[in-house]
Design a protein around this ligand. Structure first.
Ligand code: GAL
Length: 693
């Protein structure tokens, strides 16, 4: 893991104060120029002060190999700048023009079967192509040289969502780069053989030239999981190396402009190791698209908290979200009334100091014409645009109140997320395909919120061991160093919660032996001999297990066969005799050194955890536990740097009216009414309140 680059944030335009940045992707090239003035006027009306330009403009900026056209971009930047709107300028390398791919089809990526990904959409390039790199870096150089003295560029937006469509490439370029990557990681071929366990199925390799990417092996066959895990690591690194090349060209020419690239952190997206990438940017940016339905707010808060963890609690920029429906799901649900503002303020609560959207003006043509935007097809006279303007006023007020000088208060509980555990647990040929790493952290985050605790979601490389309590939720891979860290943390007085499918394998995905979870069996004081998958796909198999504490397990349960003298069994399974699960420990609590370690040996889901946690949290004496107020309100605090002031954000998690106490000066409300005596407020569905204390 490299050192983090020093934090640098986009600075206000000359003569302006630091505000919360507000705006979105702006694609003026999709519109006749006479629309631009209206755009700028409406941006001002909405309070927009930042737009991202040029993300997909390569073909327009470089219409042929030896011709360049910056005039149109100069004109719109000048108009924006004159109106006080700053620019986050793209390197414009995300979507190569037709002339390039026609002349050099060898830059197109290939799928597992060797089929070419043709132009027709975007990201049809391979990160390991030296030819593509040459053209992309020439564009970066041209952009940086042309705009080096432009006073309105406050940040570089390098490329776009690396790996969104071209994460895996199986071309010969990729193969050679993968071989080099393995050389760097392992030094000699015997170490690769050992890491991948190639003596299984006669897969030994004699030298690095025999290393192939995990290409098509026939339907229903099983790829070597060690190779697969390394190919995911390599693919994240290959894109990272491409990003670094772009970044370094820009940084050399314009050393004073901070750089970022937009990540895609959300529950369930682990395209890249974003925690590793977090070290490579001057400031972190994220794109987050809401998940419709009952988990909407919780998933958003969870994801933003993970971004805050990746940013190590320094401010980050929400680069993209939608004002309403997206257009890339099967059914593209609207946002409910209030969610446009609520979602933005929830990101803000979780550490964002910039709120942006995809995109400013909704397209008329092209693949995203049904994707909502800040200025919808309906135009200015629309609920969306009115809410966009209201949000602009809210952000201005919060900026003036000093929010940008604050950071998210540290929670008492860290929920650990690990990209590599997700990658390894999503492979085939596991005890059950129903269990992966990513679902469990979100379930814990939600269940803790049900108990009044807004946890921090913390990447495994970060400082989770500085928290009062830590959750390891199906962190499948724990290498020796991480296991040692867990041991040290608990021995020194830490409060650990670990679940099934944690610490099963080491960093090479080799199983820890002598009983599960081998990496930290001693800390937990339990030993499991087998997995008991629970399924609904076959008549007559176990589909669930009842626990003695009234909760129900689904998907997977550990067969715990022994418990240390220092451990207490808090719940067991209650099942018919033939299952051989009756009386098997399900939830345990061990004393280890000065600390305590609880184990939940099965998948209880958010509901089961919420029912189990009050007892566990009380036994562990975790601070902040408040069952009564928790379920209906999500509470987040930001603390002013070096001061006592706190910004308290309260969000209604339900569809009912909820009453909350007023604890300070009310700065912003949305779908909320403060009672006449000023002591309380009622939040409607999707309502919120921000106070300063
Ligand atoms: C993002 C992408 C944007 C836009 C958006 C639509 O993945 O960066 O360009 O396509 O999705 O939701």
């Amino acid at each position: 893991m490299t050192q983090h680059r020093p934090f640098r944030w986009p600075q206000p335009l000359q003569g302006n104060r630091q505000e919360i940045w507000y705006g979105g992707d702006y694609n003026p090239e999709q519109w006749p120029e006479d629309v631009w003035d209206e755009d700028v006027a409406l941006m001002r009306k909405a309070g927009v002060n930042l737009v991202s330009l040029g993300i997909f403009s390569w073909a327009k900026l470089q219409p042929a190999e030896d011709s360049w056209d910056f005039d149109w971009l100069d004109r719109i930047i000048a108009k924006l700048g004159a109106a006080g709107i700053a620019v986050d300028l793209a390197s414009a390398t995300a979507s190569p023009p037709m002339w390039l791919t026609q002349a050099h089809p060898e830059v197109l990526w290939r799928d597992e079967r060797g089929d070419v990904c043709w132009p027709g959409a975007r990201q049809h390039w391979r990160a390991t192509s030296p030819v593509f790199r040459k053209y992309a870096l020439a564009l970066c150089r041209a952009m940086a040289e042309h705009y080096r003295d432009n006073p309105y560029i406050v940040a570089w937006h390098v490329n776009n969502e690396y790996g969104c469509h071209n994460r895996f490439d199986y071309s010969d370029d990729a193969m050679r780069a993968f071989q080099e990557w393995c050389k760097d990681r392992y030094g000699d071929i015997e170490s690769v053989n050992a890491a991948w366990g190639t003596s299984f199925w006669s897969q030994q390799m004699g030298d690095f030239s025999q290393i192939l990417p995990p290409r098509f092996i026939g339907e229903g066959n099983f790829m070597n999981p060690g190779k697969l895990l390394d190919f995911k690591r390599f693919s994240s690194d290959a894109l990272k190396s491409f990003f670094r090349a772009e970044r370094d060209v820009l940084a050399r020419i314009t050393p004073d402009i901070p750089l970022t690239t937009n990540f895609m952190v959300s529950a369930g997206n682990s395209t890249l190791d974003y925690d590793d990438w977090g070290a490579e940017v001057d400031f972190v940016s994220n794109d987050h698209y809401f998940m419709p339905g009952e988990q909407h707010l919780d998933e958003l808060a969870y994801s933003s908290s993970l971004v805050d963890g990746i940013a190590r609690k320094r401010p980050w920029l929400l680069m993209e979200q939608s004002t309403g429906a997206v257009n890339w799901r099967n059914i593209n649900y609207r946002k409910e009334e209030g969610q446009l503002i609520r979602d933005s303020l929830a990101h803000l609560a979780m550490g964002a100091n910039a709120i942006c959207y995809f995109q400013w003006r909704q397209s008329r043509s092209g693949a995203e014409k049904f994707h909502t935007a800040m200025l919808p097809h309906a135009g200015e006279d629309s609920r969306t645009f009115r809410e966009v303007c209201e949000l602009g006023r809210d952000l201005k007020r919060l900026g003036e109140a000093g929010l940008t000088e604050s950071a998210v208060a540290k929670s008492s509980v860290a929920v650990v997320y690990d990209y590599e555990s997700e990658w390894a647990s999503e492979h085939t040929a596991t005890p059950t395909q129903e269990v992966r790493h990513w679902t469990e952290p979100l379930d814990w985050f939600r269940a803790l919120a049900d108990c009044g605790i807004t946890a921090d979601v913390v990447p495994i490389r970060a400082d989770w061991d500085s928290y009062e309590a830590v959750v390891l939720p199906s962190v499948y891979l724990l290498d020796e160093g991480q296991a040692r860290r867990v041991r040290k943390y608990v021995a020194a007085g830490g409060k650990l919660f670990a679940t099934y499918y944690t610490g099963i394998a080491d960093g090479d995905d080799h199983i820890w032996l002598d009983g599960y979870p081998g990496a930290i069996r001693d800390v937990l004081g339990i030993r499991s001999e087998d997995f008991a998958p629970l399924g609904t796909d076959t008549e007559g198999v176990l589909d669930h297990l009842d626990l003695s504490n009234g909760t129900v397990a689904h998907d997977l349960a550990d067969v715990i066969t022994s418990v240390a003298d220092t451990a207490k069994v808090l719940a067991t399974y209650e099942a018919e005799e033939w299952t051989a699960m009756s009386g098997v420990p399900a939830v345990t609590l061990n004393i280890y050194g000065k600390g305590r370690a609880a184990y939940v040996g099965c998948r209880l889901g958010r509901e089961g955890l919420a029912a189990t946690l009050p007892d566990l949290l009380a036994r562990m004496r975790v601070k902040g536990f408040d069952e009564a107020s928790g379920a209906s309100v999500l509470r987040v605090e930001r603390v002013r740097t070096g001061g006592q002031e706190r910004f308290v954000f309260l969000f209604n998690r339900t569809h009912r009216d909820v009453t909350v106490d007023i604890e300070g000066t009310v700065l912003v409300t949305s779908r909320a009414t403060v009672h006449d005596d000023g002591s309380a407020a009622t939040l409607k569905a999707n309502g919120l309140l921000v106070m300063k204390r």
